[in-house]
Design a protein around this ligand. Sequence first.
Ligand code: 9Z3
Length: 312
Amino acid sequence: MSTAEWEHFYASHAPPAELPEHRQQITDFCKHHQPNKIVLLTSGGTTVPLEHNTVRFVDNFSAGTRGAASAEYFLDNGYAVIFMYRQKSLEPFSRHFGGQKFLDMLEIQEKGSDVAINVKSNYINTIKPILSKYKSAHRENKILYVSFTTVSDYLWLLRVACECLTSSGANCLLYLAAAVSDFYVPSNEMPTHKMQSGEGAPVIQLQLVPKMLTPLVNNWVPRAYVVSFKLETDENLLISKSRHALNKYKHKLVIANVLQTRRHQVTFVTPETSFVINLNTEEMDSGIEIEESIVKNVISCHKEHIKQLDSH
Ligand code: 9Z3
């Protein structure tokens, strides 16, 4: 993908209205945390609108579980976290209480006209550690939430976040777990208004989204440690495609996973090696999450990267 194609994408897609505000927030956050380690973590899927006044869009499966869980483990390990996530996808901490779970944890106690709502005693030990981590991350300004919805919002926000992070140099880690659409409908080919069924079945021509990793690795954050994720449904393609990505984009680590087994198995692929991280049934049943090991291993790779850059 040439630079021209890449720039063409930005030139033909208006930035999201909130971008200047996000730029300010990210700049302030980076300044506040310098010279400590900081991770830009992307999470959740992107949409591809089919109309400018969007009624319909193409989406993908990602709920943002990987990203939201990983953010908590980065915080546990002392990183400041820029959590760049798909609006309404899972968020760190609150992910534990989604759907009816939270309501099930509460009980109403009434004594005359006094009403109290309490956490059921058998849930206190579950809620307390999560709540204390949430409170301290917020009190210490350790996490910044910035959201996107469409693939073009995502690409704008990613570039701006990288621009703000350049000054963090090797202390910056990029953990690109979002499931970003490979295809989109170019802005100038989209109808303004809702497509009308009376006009017959629409023929929609999708185009390739330019790969952002080339400018990101080479120009935007050249000293950062960049980790991308590779998702396949055919296990036979997983390692070869990850190696291909490393060769093409020249970053340091691809975490490869298969859709069906992603909760309990991933493969770390570096230019020289590859190794598998696995959870067994017992570990899964006891509530251990694979993101804990993923983050631990990524952090030790990042440490090594900083050491190498410092010695040059
Ligand atoms: C991943 O592979 C993530 O691990 C998942 C996590 C999206 C599978 P969930 O959100 O799932 O926990 O449900 N993310 C990257 C997927 C991706 O689109 N990668 C591109 C590719 O495979 C490269 S950027 O080509």
